[in-house]
Design a protein around this ligand. Structure first.
Ligand code: ADP
Ligand code: MG
Length: 661
C-alpha cells in the first residue's frame, strides 16, 4: 500500500473520509502526517487503593458488575464496579449507554482518568480491554487534534492499522549525508516514533527530524524562488545621477539617510538585467512614497513607465495627487486608474496609480519598467496571486513592494522569501515621537472631554481620529456599533466640536467628501473604522483614540498610531481597551511605552505567535506542526541544506514532495 485514499483503510468510509477532510487528511500519508499534539504517560499502572489517594491515574481492574440506569433527569448513567487485589471502586459514565456492550462483567480493563470530587466515583475514565498489545492505554498515549465525528481514540486505532505499512507510505528522500551531518533519524522511523512512542526520548528524536523537514521545505521554497528569479530578464534601467540629484533639490524637505540608502539600493537593482524584487519596509510616516516616486522618475528618464498599485481608492487618489504635483513640470504622464477602464496611451513615459482594478482587463503600458505595490498585505489572496502573475513571464518589470507592517528579522525571509529588503528605520527628524497613554475604561469620559477641551483651546487647529477597530468578518456589526458610539459621543462629550463618521460601508463619494473636509479642517474629530488604517495622510491630526484596542495585534495598533504625528507638533494616542485582563494590560502597556514598530511587533511575536500578530491568511505565514516559525537558527541551517541540495541533486521535486509537512 502506497500513498492512497484514506478510504482504503478498514472502517473509513465516505462518511469518515468527509470528516477527515476537515483535518486536511485525504490520503494514508496525510493521516500519518497528522501527528499528536500532546502525549500522556499512562504506562504507570497504580492500584485502586492508590487511585483513591491520588485521585487520578490508570488502574488495571476486573469488572464485577455493569449496567445502565435512568436518572430522574431522564439521562442515562452507566454504573460499574471494578476490583483489583487492593480493593474495589465504582465507575460512572454519562450518556454512553453503549458501554455495556463493550465492557462486560468478568473482563479485565485498563481505566484511566480522574475521581469525581462530588460523588467519589471514578468518573468517565478512558478504558481499554487488556490485550497483548495495548493501543490506547498502559503506555505513552498520543492525543490528536480532533474534529466533528473524529476522536483521538478513533484516530489512534486507524493509525495503528497503518503502523506496519509506514515504510511503504512514507519514503525518505533526504540524502544520507544530510541525515548524518545533522544527526537526524530516517523519516519512516520518525513517523513511527511520533505515533507509537515508547519513551520521551523517542518523541524528541522524532520531533527533531520532523521540525527539520518542515523548515527545509520552506528553505527550499525560498532558494528555488531565488534561482528562478535569476532565470528571468528585466530591462536594465540606468541610474541618471545628475537628474536625480537636481530633482531632490526641488523637494520641500531633505531626504533622510535611510530614504537615501533605500533609493540607492533600488536604483542599483534596476540598473541590472535581472528583475529587482525588493521590499521597502518602514514605519507609517517614514516617507516611502517619495522613495517610490524617485524610482519612477528615474525609470521615466530612460523612457520606462511605472505602475503603482495600492489597496484602496482613497489611497490611490492621495498618491495620485501627491505624484501629479511632484511631477507637474516633468515629462511624465500621471494617470489615476480606479476602474477597469483602459489606460490612455501616451507618448510620454507613464506613471499609473491605481487599485487592483489595474490587475483585471487592463493592459499595462508596454514599456512598464517598474511595478510598485503599496501596503501589499492589504490585498486579498486572489489579488496577490494576480500580482505575482505579473512576475511569471520571462521578461518582467522590476518589482518593489512597500509595507509599514513591522516585520522582525526572524520572519522576513519566511514571508518575503526571495525579496531583498530595504529598511527605513528613522523617521524625518522634525517628528516628535507620539506619546501614547493606556486609558482605563472607567476614565473614558474624562479622556474624551479633555480631548474636546484641547481642540477648543487650540482654536480647532488640532484634529483627532477616533478609531473603532474593525475586524473583517464582522464588518456589518462593527459598522453599526461604531455608528451608535459615534452618535452617543458626538452628542455628549464631543458636543462642542465638529465630528464626522467614516466607515467602510459608505460610498466612495461620501468617503472622499469627508476626508476632504477633514483635510481642510472643517472637521475636528473624525470617527472611523479601520479604513483609515492605510496610508491616509493628514499632517494636522495630532490626537488619536483607539477603542477596543485589545482586539488588535500591536503591529496593527502601531499602524493606527502612525496616522498621527505626521507634522511637527506633538501627537497623543489614547488606547482604551474594552475588556481588560492582566495580559491585555501588559501588552497595551508595552505598546504605550514603546514607539518602534519593530519592537512592538517583536513583543507580540514572542508573546502571542505570528498568527496573532499578522494573521496567517493575510501574510501567508505557513502553519507548522512541530517547528516554530520563529526558529531563526533552524531556518539558517536548513537554508544551507537547501542550497546544497539544489547544487548537488536533480530530483528536487521528489525530495521536496516527500518531506514531512
Ligand atoms: P509612508 O511611509 O507612511 O508611506 P509617506 O510617504 O506618506 O509615508 O510620508 C509621510 C509624510 O512625510 C508625507 O507628508 C511626506 O511628504 C513627508 N515626508 C517624506 N519624507 C520626508 C522627509 N525626509 N522629511 C520631511 N517630511 C517627509
Ligand atoms: Mg504609504
Amino acid at each position: 500500500m502506497h500513498n492512497e485514499s484514506v478510504t482504503t483503510i478498514p472502517l473509513i468510509g465516505p462518511k469518515q473520509s468527509k470528516y477527515l477532510e476537515n483535518l486536511d487528511i485525504f490520503t494514508t500519508r496525510d493521516l500519518l502526517y497528522h501527528i499528536p499534539f500532546k502525549y500522556k504517560d499512562t504506562s504507570e499502572i497504580i492500584s485502586i487503593e492508590e487511585l483513591k489517594k491520588e485521585r487520578e491515574g490508570t488502574i488495571l481492574a476486573e469488572v464485577s458488575s455493569i449496567s445502565n440506569i435512568w436518572t430522574r433527569g431522564r439521562k442515562i448513567i452507566t454504573k460499574a464496579k471494578v476490583k483489583d487485589s487492593s480493593g474495589e471502586i465504582n465507575i460512572v459514565w454519562f450518556n454512553q449507554s453503549f458501554l455495556t456492550k463493550n465492557i462486560k462483567k468478568g473482563e479485565t480493563f485498563l481505566f484511566e482518568g480522574k475521581m469525581s470530587n462530588k460523588s467519589n466515583d471514578f468518573s468517565n475514565p478512558a478504558y481499554e480491554k487488556l490485550q497483548e498489545k495495548q493501543t490506547h492505554l498502559g503506555k505513552i498515549t498520543p492525543f490528536y487534534h480532533e474534529t466533528a465525528g473524529i476522536t483521538s481514540k478513533w484516530l489512534r486505532s486507524r493509525i495503528t492499522w497503518l503502523k506496519d505499512k509506514i515504510p511503504k507510505i512514507v519514503q525518505d528522500r533526504l540524502p544520507q549525508e544530510v541525515l548524518e551531518y545533522h544527526n537526524l533519524i530516517p523519516l519512516e522511523q520518525a513517523i513511527e516514533k511520533i505515533h507509537f512512542a515508547q519513551n520521551f526520548e523517542d518523541i524528541e528524536k522524532a520531533r527533531k527530524r520532523l521540525a527539520f523537514d518542515e523548515m527545509l521545505n520552506i528553505s527550499l521554497q525560498i532558494e528555488r524562488k531565488k534561482e528562478e528569479k535569476l532565470r528571468k530578464e528585466a530591462p536594465k534601467i540606468s541610474k541618471k545621477r545628475k537628474s536625480i540629484e537636481d530633482f531632490k533639490k526641488t523637494l520641500p524637505f531633505e531626504l533622510t539617510k535611510d530614504q537615501e540608502t533605500a533609493i540607492e539600493e533600488i536604483l542599483e537593482d534596476m540598473n541590472f538585467e535581472k528583475p529587482m524584487k525588493r521590499l521597502l519596509n518602514g514605519d507609517v510616516g517614514s516617507g516611502k512614497t517619495i522613495v517610490a516616486g524617485i524610482a519612477a522618475y528615474n525609470a521615466s528618464l530612460s523612457g520606462y513607465s511605472t505602475v503603482i498599485m495600492v489597496p484602496t481608492t482613497i489611497l490611490a487618489k492621495q498618491h495620485y495627487q501627491t505624484l501629479e504635483k511632484l511631477f507637474q513640470d516633468k515629462d511624465i504622464d500621471v494617470q489615476l486608474r480606479i476602474t477597469k477602464k483602459e489606460i490612455k496611451p501616451s507618448k510620454k513615459p507613464q506613471l499609473i496609480v491605481g487599485t487592483h482594478a489595474l490587475l483585471y482587463n487592463t493592459k499595462l503600458p508596454e514599456n512598464t519598467g517598474l511595478v510598485v505595490v503599496d501596503e501589499q498585505h492589504r490585498f486579498g489572496v486572489e489579488q496577490r496571486s494576480q500580482i505575482s502573475n505579473l512576475q511569471n513571464e520571462k521578461k518582467v518589470p522590476h518589482y518593489l513592494v512597500m509595507t509599514a507592517t513591522p516585520i522582525p528579522r526572524t520572519l522576513t525571509s519566511v514571508i518575503f522569501q526571495d525579496m531583498d529588503i530595504s529598511l527605513i528605520l528613522n523617521k524625518p527628524k522634525d517628528r516628535l515621537p507620539t506619546k501614547t497613554y493606556l486609558i482605563n475604561p472607567q476614565s473614558r469620559q474624562k479622556c474624551y472631554e479633555s480631548i474636546a477641551k484641547k481642540i477648543q483651546e487650540t482654536k480647532n487647529q488640532e484634529q483627532a481620529f477616533v478609531i473603532f477597530p474593525l475586524i473583517e468578518e464582522s464588518e456589518k456589526i462593527d459598522a453599526k456599533a461604531a455608528t451608535m458610539e459615534y452618535e452617543k459621543i458626538s452628542k455628549t462629550w464631543f458636543k462642542d466640536i465638529k465630528t464626522e463618521l467614516l466607515h467602510g460601508k459608505m460610498s466612495e463619494v461620501e468617503k472622499n467628501e469627508i476626508l476632504k473636509n477633514f483635510k481642510e479642517q472643517k472637521i475636528d474629530a473624525l470617527f472611523a473604522t479601520s479604513v483609515v488604517e492605510v496610508g491616509v495622510d493628514i499632517p494636522e491630526a495630532t490626537i488619536m483614540v483607539i477603542e477596543s484596542a485589545e482586539r488588535f495585534g500591536l503591529a496593527q495598533l502601531h499602524q493606527f498610531r502612525g496616522r498621527i504625528g505626521r507634522g511637527s507638533k506633538q501627537a497623543y494616542c489614547f488606547v482604551i481597551p474594552h475588556k481588560t485582563s492582566n495580559k491585555i494590560r501588559e501588552r497595551l502597556k508595552y505598546f504605550s511605552e514603546n514607539n518602534s514598530g519593530f519592537d512592538v511587533a517583536e513583543f507580540d511575536l514572542q508573546n502571542r505567535g505570528p498568527g496573532e500578530v499578522y494573521g496567517y491568511k493575510q501574510t501567508g505565514i505557513p502553519i507548522l506542526k512541530v517547528s516554530e516559525i520563529t526558529n531563526y537558527e533552524l531556518l539558517e541551517q536548513t537554508r544551507e541544506v537547501a542550497k546544497y541540495i539544489l547544487d548537488t541533486y536533480s530530483d528536487i521535486d521528489e525530495i521536496q514532495d516527500n518531506l514531512f509537512k
